[in-house]
Design a protein around this ligand. Structure first.
Ligand SMILES: *Cc1c(COP(=O)(O)O)cnc(C)c1O
Length: 400
């Protein structure tokens, strides 16, 4: 393998996403090679010893290092401007490993209540099982964050925009409160994508992704990534991943690596489509409310414009007629498919109250603003005019 032949000068993001991290084998392939191998052969027993003792660079075992996965990790780190990155088998593996690497029994962690369903489970059910106390707060209430900090608080976890109601959390302000308490801030940046929001610039210590979403972008593979300083990644994160093994398959890493090459084109177009669909939805009778971070009627539009460079690819809408109207709307869509994924080239609609958030009690859902009439629309790469026609027909059907 030879290292990247790209120039040493600082390249712009789109260029880094095409060339960053590329390593070529002796065959000089143009496209990054897929190394479907579990292990690696050493020239001698001495070489194996040196490799294991970390005295010479090289790969040892694909549970914790593989050339294709390494290329993906390097491209992610360049994209995010992070010192280092580690890939994982899924987004949840990234969130869980990040938390495990920072916490031990007796510690305390705080998160905004508006979390992706499984992240909420990790906070509420799973970490307490291992002796970590957790507190959930209203993420938009900075006084609640301040009040939640304890001497043993080690980690704060947030998502912004949140799922599914697209609330915007003030990342810089929460980072400051977190750091004053001597804790580390983990930002799950899936909804914003790495292109529309840079959490490290706002004070995050770790950034995690489900690369299943926009980074694959075509609904094929699961994957995840943790980004942070070299000290955190090569230390506790590497140790958790190496010993517990939620490794990204080289095949999935290869798909994600190629996905990164087209990420700016896809996210740019999906963001533009989402903004148009949001405006069209807001004008339709029967649609009580549209939530989209860059619309002026979003409660935190000013904050969204301060910390994001686009409103994102997801729109939330509230139908006046509750669950029955939401189901009629979803069932009448022809181009948009009913699915719980997001960030796909295909537009997808979800009814959170009966799917992703069905596990919660009605009171818990109400507290998170997830009503029976709420739908989450992940906007894809179709022609925006076809999507607008589709939601217009669906809104008519929803009115019964
Ligand atoms: C999808 C998602 C996850 C989990 O990712 P998987 O790849 O499905 O494990 C975590 N956080 C957010 C915000 C997500 O959208």
């Amino acid at each position: 393998m030879s290292a990247s032949d790209t120039p040493a000068r600082k390249l712009r993001p789109a260029t880094r996403l095409v060339h960053g991290g590329a390593m070529r084998s002796q065959f000089g392939e143009t496209s990054e090679a897929m190394f479907l191998t579990q292990g690696f052969v050493y020239d001698s027993a001495e070489a194996a010893e040196a490799r294991f003792k970390n005295l010479e660079p090289g790969f040892v075992y694909s549970r914790f290092s593989n050339p294709t996965v390494a290329m993906f990790e390097e491209r992610m780190a360049l994209l995010e401007g992070a010192e280092a990155a580690r890939a994982t088998a899924s987004g949840m593996a990234a969130v869980t490993a990040a938390m495990m690497s920072l916490l031990r029994a007796g510690d305390h962690a705080v998160a905004a209540r508006a979390l992706f369903g499984s992240c909420l489970y990790i906070m509420e059910e799973w970490l307490p099982r291992f002796g970590v106390e957790t507190t959930l707060v209203d993420g938009t209430d900075l006084d609640a964050w301040r009040a939640a900090m304890r001497p043993n608080t080690k980690v704060c976890l947030i998502e912004s925009p949140t799922n599914p109601q697209l609330e915007i959390l003030d990342i810089a302000a929460i980072a400051e409160i977190t750091h004053r308490a001597g804790a580390k801030l983990v930002v799950d940046n899936v909804f914003a994508t790495p292109l529309l929001q840079q959490p490290f610039d706002l004070g995050a210590d770790l950034v995690v992704y489900s690369t299943t979403k926009h980074i694959d972008g075509q609904g094929r593979c699961l994957g995840g990534c943790i980004l942070a300083s070299k000290e955190i990644i090569d230390g506790s994160v590497h140790n958790v991943l190496r010993q517990t093994g939620p490794s990204l398959s080289p095949f999935n890493a290869w798909v994600m690596l190629k996905g990164l090459e087209t990420l700016p084109l896809r996210v740019g177009q999906q963001n533009a489509n989402a903004a148009r669909v949001a405006d069209a939805l807001a004008a339709l009778p029967g649609v009580a409310r549209v939530l989209y971070p860059f619309r002026d009627d979003h409660p935190q539009a000013a904050l969204a414009r301060r910390q994001m460079s686009g409103g994102g690819t997801v729109v939330a809408l509230e139908l006046a007629g509750g669950k029955a109207a939401a189901f009629r709307f979803a069932n009448a869509l022809q181009v948009v498919k009913i699915s719980n994924n997001l960030g796909d080239a295909k537009s997808l609609v979800t009814h959170p109250a009966t799917t992703t958030h069905q596990r919660l009690t009605p009171e818990a859902r109400a507290k998170m603003g997830i009503s029976e009439g709420l739908l989450r629309l992940s906007v894809g790469l179709e022609d925006a005019d076809d999507l607008i026609e589709d939601v217009t027909i669906a809104a008519k059907a929803a009115r019964g």
